[in-house]
Ligand binder design. Structure first.
Ligand SMILES: NC(=O)c1ccc[n+]([C@@H]2O[C@H](COP(=O)([O-])OP(=O)(O)OC[C@H]3O[C@@H](n4cnc5c(N)ncnc54)[C@H](OP(=O)(O)O)[C@@H]3O)[C@@H](O)[C@H]2O)c1
Length: 295
């Protein structure tokens, strides 16, 4: 496993396991499998509704808590100082831990400054080892870096061969914010796993397109958290530390960039309305456990 060092000196595994869209029924087994095959970083979120299952798996796995890098994210409806602080403590209870390795603000909407102050305080109290943001496009990132007391250490954004985020990465580098890729495979959209260039490169090294993609991320200095519910794929996705892509391979993959999201733009006002409506719906309907298709 390779590690990267965040701006505050904390070391983070460069490859972890993400549990977005892993159901409550499957999540405990999946996290146990992931830890069994060697993952030591787990990425969950309040809005995935599986923090309790992640916590149960960590408790059962027999891996020292200090050897696991655990991330969760605060959802928009818990933004504002007080609600965010209470929600993080609630997440820690669900995750059966008395500290988090990383806590992110999930989206750049609503009162994220209030929520950020809560994360700053929890960080200073030693309850969170590193704090960061997610889906903060360069303008929002520069804003929070410029006007907050503590700068985010990580920004988790969509990154994959079809949306490489070169420009956003430059801004993150400028402010010493570590880039972390969500959907490192673009969830397979655009037939990414079948892409001829990725498969051709993989053949040279006896590796799959998925492994080539992860290797490309690692060589760009990006942290990755691929998701799979299949133990063989979890293993495959971890088996990327025994080969290196050449400069020519990297250049061929760089040419696959469409510079467009495979999902949606966080600048799209209709999408902001969609997030706002979701928060309203959740206030009305407290049984949110059935929802899982959100970011
Ligand atoms: N911050 C955010 O807003 C945000 C948004 C999205 C995701 N995330 C985080 O990022 C993590 C990863 O993103 P993601 O889950 O959306 O997508 P992803 O990791 O890009 O792709 C997951 C998909 O790829 C398949 N897959 C995995 N390994 C494979 C392999 N070796 N060969 C073929 N198919 C493979 C999985 O199928 P199977 O499961 O069937 O194997 C699943 O359908 C999430 O779990 C979550 O932790 C964060």
């Amino acid at each position: 496993m390779d590690y990267i060092t965040l701006s505050n000196g904390v070391k983070m595994p460069q490859l972890g396991y993400g549990v977005f869209q892993v159901t409550q029924e499957e999540c405990e087994r999946c996290v146990l499998d992931a830890l069994k095959v060697g993952y030591r970083a787990i990425d969950t979120a309040q809005s995935y509704y599986n923090e309790e299952q992640v916590g149960a798996a960590i408790e059962k796995a027999g891996v020292d808590r200090k050897d696991i890098f655990l991330t969760t994210k605060v959802w928009i409806e818990h933004y504002g100082y007080e609600k965010a602080k209470a929600s993080v403590l609630d997440s820690m209870e669900k995750l059966r831990t008395d500290y988090l390795d990383l806590c992110l603000l999930h989206q750049p909407y609503s009162d994220y400054y209030g929520a950020w102050r809560a994360l700053e305080e929890l960080y200073e109290e030693g309850k969170i080892r590193a704090i960061g943001v997610s889906n903060f496009y360069p303008d929002r990132l520069v804003d929070i870096c410029s006007f907050s007391r503590i700068k985010p250490m990580v920004n988790q954004v969509e990154v994959h061969p079809f949306y490489q985020q070169e420009e956003a990465k430059k801004w993150m580098d400028k402010y010493s914010v570590q880039i972390e890729a969500w959907a490192p495979f673009g969830e397979g959209r655009g037939n990414m796993f079948q892409n001829p260039v990725l498969n051709e490169i993989g053949k040279k090294y006896g590796k799959s397109a998925a492994q080539v993609i992860l290797r490309w991320h690692l060589q760009r200095g990006v942290v990755v958290i691929p998701k799979s519910t299949h133990i063989e794929r979890m293993q495959e996705n971890l088996n990327v530390f025994d080969f290196a892509l050449s400069a020519e391979d990297m250049a061929r993959i760089a040419a696959l960039d469409t510079k467009m999201s495979a999902f949606f733009s966080h600048y799209d006002p209709a999408k902001v309305e969609w997030f706002a409506n979701m928060v309203e719906e959740r206030k009305k309907n407290h049984d949110c456990t059935k929802e899982k298709k959100d970011w």
